[in-house]
Design a protein around this ligand. Sequence first.
Ligand code: NAD
Length: 435
Amino acid sequence: MKISVIGCGYLGAVHAAAMASLGHEVTGVDVDTAKVEALTSGRPPFFEPGLSELLVKAQERGKLEFTTDVSRAADATVHFVCVGTPQKPGEFAADVTYVDAAVESLRTHLTATSVVVGKSTVPVGTAERLAGVIADTGAAMMWNPEFLREGHAVEDTLHPNRLVYGVADGEPGQAAAATLDEVYASILAEDTPRMITDFATAELVKTAANSFLATKISFINAMAELCEASGADVTQLADAIGMDDRIGRKFLNAGLGFGGGCLPKDIRAFMARAGELGADQAVAFLKEIDSINMRRRVRMVDIARDALGGSFIGKKITILGAAFKPDSDDVRDSPALAVARLIATQGGLVTVTDPQAIDNAKKSFPELNYVADTAEAITGAEAVLLLTEWREYRDLDPAATAELVRGKVLVDGRNVLTPELWRAAGWTYRALGRP
Ligand code: NAD
């Protein structure tokens, strides 16, 4: 099938390449010329495992092109809308102007057989409103929220654990769903569960899922606060409660908390939208989830300063990790960079290293010092803070690392190191929620 993907960022570029790998003819459209040029030459404009190979293969087979010209997508049957929905500056609400602009740019190319499929995360009510915007073209509107995880985006797109279709009532909705079934035929053939809902439910599934995940993380981080107050160990606590099937161990890793381009802005947008709908009490608890999450960053700084004897002034602090999570170069609302900035404002001489995210971090926070090589970044440090749990940081050797530093202070912001090993090598080991 001929399809288009409007918006080729973390979500759209992967979606476009994945759809081409399923055999569809895909036109990826983005307003960012540099992004389109990079994608056209087979270079993903961001780091995502497996994406480069998928892009190159699809382009070699002539199945995938990228353009800034939306009219090149005019003959597509299905148009996926994958543009950003960031937090509005100074507000909790999501900025849906990119989604509106994307749909508007498609309008003149739509016919009665076209299907516009929204994948962006939007405030509930958006799909219904946009269905009205395109009603006169005869095209169908659907909402098919995306659940991919950065770092696993290719796998998650090609093998999702479920597909959700939000459709209009009656025959038009069923026809649109049948078209999307054709697009996803080989995914559905793997017995992937597929649910058909109304627009509002599909939109809420995404925000509810992200709210639940954020809640699980902040729950264990709240327990970490109690562990810090009482001398208990939150990793053992998580292991023990996680053995109960009703709770489960996943997403119970206490540490520096969540960040990135989704969870923080999505729970805030959810609160804002609930307020507009007069249902703010229903998700008022998310304010506390957000607060617990943000408190971890401050606590991390406090622990590091305490481990250094009460002051950062003039001390070299090495931060391992700039991305908001490992296997990504995404630094949007990165907890690691937030901590780096706080320490710099308190007089620390901060050096940040990361295997993939330095270029992006530099664009957001040019005032920090960046070193690509891990050993070079660590050399001469008076404290090392592990803030993004990349494999290579988890595998650091305590004895070899000790040879590089001036002060053997290590703060494990992700609870991924073995304290006994580091302490045995002479390190002062500190962590969030662990004695
Ligand atoms: P992103 O900022 O990486 O990408 C958005 C892209 O849209 C940019 O390249 C931008 O240039 C382009 N764009 C903006 N306006 C456009 C227009 N009118 N026409 C064409 N292109 C346009 O954002 P992202 O992380 O890919 O997120 C996109 C959406 O997907 C958001 O709603 C997000 O919440 C949701 N989502 C993201 C993820 C994720 O892990 N990143 C996962 C699930 C859902």
